[in-house]
Design a protein around this ligand. Structure first.
Ligand SMILES: *Cc1c(COP(=O)(O)O)cnc(C)c1O
Length: 386
């Protein structure tokens, strides 16, 4: 048996061996090398000298992510946005054009705006489900990369990774996918043709809401050194303690993704039948306009979906009166969450920008946790009718 041919669930259950850092004591869980420096007189025996540039704990997790994401290298960053910053610092220079899906995470949007102001870059926000629009921007400009999430958040549109990657490559443009929502358990952007995939480990990957972190994975040999250089030069690397906390969630990630999906599917199906609900947007439901595409590129549909209620007041009532759904930022935790996107996760968007991706003040975003789905149903029922 050889780890090379094992499935992701097996690799995650054997994280210490797959990370292969050769701990001298044979530790069976990745140890925390909480040290700033390494003895330079032992340079022949170890590749490490300073934790910002390399650390065995972090290196072990990076090896694991490289394998499970089918990439060439991975870099653990201090937050998910740190991975976006690493991407920009490595690839973007003054005067460049980039293309970004218009429905993107609020923090990514804010970071891009600040880059635009400082570096005079041109950002083309497009609807990446419209391949003609994508083709038009790519053919009229010299575009460094195209960046999108799929499913998008909070719009939950599905973007065809293989189709966009193919178009991007025809114009010598890199294809970058933010895989925070689907996770590498559900979706393999690099295997589908993307050049770079990154994700926030704050969400499903660490899974307990106890740490912030991110990972940037490249599928191209020529980007391995530039990303390693920038991670060190700009100080983007995650600290060993946070790497360790992140690693604790990995063996259970495949089964958690399965249960998040089961709960989301059951609740979304039930919500669709309520008179106060105008529509439910969940890629796992046949009512989603891109359900078929989602089935071809995703394994599980995750626990995030949106509900359009009849009025903003009903939406507000559900947010306020539910007990098990916490009104908190973020998603992907064991506890269920609820929010009005314009108020929290996408507060950096204007009302018009949100309307363009189908989000109104009567829209709530739910992140289904790992609770009993019957309790979750009852909670919403009592909030609506209690
Ligand atoms: C949360 C999130 C990020 C940013 O990650 P942080 O760990 O919060 O910095 C980026 N993209 C998506 C899709 C996210 O949900």
């Amino acid at each position: 048996m050889d780890y090379q041919h094992c499935s992701v669930a097996t690799l995650l259950s054997h994280a210490a061996e797959v990370g292969a850092i050769n701990d001298p004591h044979g530790a069976t869980h990745m140890p925390i090398y909480q040290t700033a420096t390494f003895d330079l007189k032992k340079q022949g025996e170890t590749p490490y000298d300073y934790t910002r540039s390399g650390n065995p704990t972090r290196h072990s997790l990076e090896n694991l992510f490289t394998k499970v994401c089918e990439g060439r290298s991975a870099h653990c960053t201090h937050t998910g946005l740190g991975a976006v910053a690493l991407l920009l610092e490595t690839l973007v220079k003054t005067g460049d054009h980039i293309v970004v899906e218009q429905d993107c995470y609020g923090g990514t949007y804010r970071l891009l705006q600040s880059y635009r102001e400082r570096l005079d870059i041109t950002i083309h926000f497009v609807d990446c489900t419209d391949t003609t629009a994508v083709e038009q921007v790519l053919s009229q400009n010299d575009v460094r990369f195209i960046l999108f999430e799929t499913p998008t958040n909070p719009g939950l549109k599905i973007i065809d990774i293989a189709a966009i990657a193919k178009r991007a490559h025809a114009h010598n443009t890199l294809c970058v996918v933010d895989n925070s929502l689907a996770t590498f358990i559900s979706q393999k952007p690099l295997a589908l043709g993307a050049d770079i995939s990154f994700f926030s480990t704050t969400k499903y990957v660490s899974g307990h809401g106890s740490v912030v972190g991110g990972v940037l994975v490249t599928g191209r040999d020529d980007l391995v050194d530039p990303f390693a250089y920038a991670a060190n030069a700009y100080g983007r690397s995650q600290n060993p303690m946070d790497v360790y906390v992140t690693s604790l969630g990995l063996p259970t990630l495949p089964m958690r993704m399965k249960l998040h999906e089961e709960n989301a599917h059951a609740l979304a199906t039930w919500l669709e039948t309520l008179p106060e609900v105008v529509s439910v947007t969940y890629p796992g439901l046949p009512s989603h306009p891109q359900h078929e595409l989602a089935r071809t590129q995703m394994r599980y549909f995750s626990g995030v979906f949106t509900v359009d209620f009849d009025t903003p007041q009903t939406a507000q009532r559900v947010v306020e009166k539910t007990v098990l759904f916490g009104e908190k930022a973020s998603f992907g935790t064991a506890d269920s969450r609820i929010e009005i996107p314009g108020k929290i996760s996408h507060a950096s968007f204007s009302e018009a920008e949100l309307a363009a991706i189908g989000i109104t003040p009567a829209t709530v975003r739910l992140s289904l946790g790992l609770e009993s789905v019957d309790d979750l149903k009852k909670d919403i029922q009592e909030a609506l009718y209690g």
